[in-house]
Write a protein that binds this ligand. Structure first.
Ligand code: ADP
Ligand code: AMP
Length: 217
């Protein structure tokens, strides 16, 4: 199944995406994760995009589209794929349509996680990420067993540089202006499923699992 997970920053896309990916046996393709990996390696691309991530601006479409094109070609997408954080603009969505058409594929399902903006602020400022394996935690909602240490790999947890109060409000603005219009783009195709993101992580996943089972039938 070819799935796109949408929702404002902090809605829980990454958290749910890792569960969906193992449930469906498909690769989780996150542009945010790929960009952070490039920055960590200080690659040419990493140097070019760092200031966009630090300030919460979108990386230019042409850069982002090329990254996703390569990733879709390389990843093992035989059983499908799960996109997270891409597309974020209408031109990116149009480019994705073109790439998928070339591959003889199309999106089957768009999962939209809905969460109130006030909750998003609290989720993002409390988010902690493992610098080794990328697993996500929250200081209150999903704390690790040992403070500052990843349950899965023992890696050190850090706070993303764009998870500060100032940058978060900028990212929410960017989402409203540039990404939210994409919902209508996909609603016109009748492939959007709305999910209530203001439940426990397990309950959000249960709702998503039901949607996936319904589509897969
Ligand atoms: P996104 O990928 O949409 O930006 P994340 O999956 O990284 O969001 O989640 C943002 C933060 O909120 C993380 O710290 C995560 O642990 C926490 N979180 C995710 N889902 C929930 C939930 N259903 N309830 C409470 N906290 C959550
Ligand atoms: P995320 O991990 O999805 O919250 O993304 C973190 C940051 O990476 C965003 O604030 C953008 O700066 C950049 N980014 C991720 N995906 C995209 C995209 N599809 N288009 C442009 N910028 C992106």
């Amino acid at each position: 199944m070819n799935i796109l997970i949408m929702g404002p920053p902090g809605a829980g896309k990454g958290t749910q995406a890792s569960r969906i990916a193992s449930f469906c046996g498909i690769p989780h393709i996150s542009t945010g994760d790929m960009f952070r990996a490039e920055i960590k390696q200080a690659s040419e691309l990493g140097k070019k995009i760092k200031s966009y991530l630090d300030t919460g601006k979108l990386v230019p479409d042409e850069v982002t589209v090329e990254v996703i094109r390569k990733s879709l070609q390389q990843a093992d997408t035989q059983k499908g794929f799960l996109l997270d954080g891409f597309p974020r603009t209408i031109p990116q969505a149009e480019a994705l349509d073109g790439i998928l058409k070339e591959m003889g594929r199309s999106l089957d399902l768009v999962i939209n996680i809905k969460v109130d903006p006030q909750v998003l602020l609290e989720r993002m400022t409390g988010r902690r990420v493992c610098q080794k394996c990328g697993a996500t935690y929250h200081v209150v909602n999903q704390p690790p067993r040992i403070e500052g240490v990843c349950d899965l790999c023992g890696g050190e947890l850090y706070q993303r540089s764009d998870d500060t109060v100032e940058t978060v409000s900028n990212r929410l603005d960017v989402y409203q202006k540039q990404t939210a219009p994409l919902l209508e783009y996909y609603q016109q195709r009748g492939i959007v499923a709305e999910v209530n993101g203001e439940q426990s992580i397990d309950d959000v996943f249960k709702e998503i699992e039901q949607v996936i089972r319904r589509i897969a039938r």
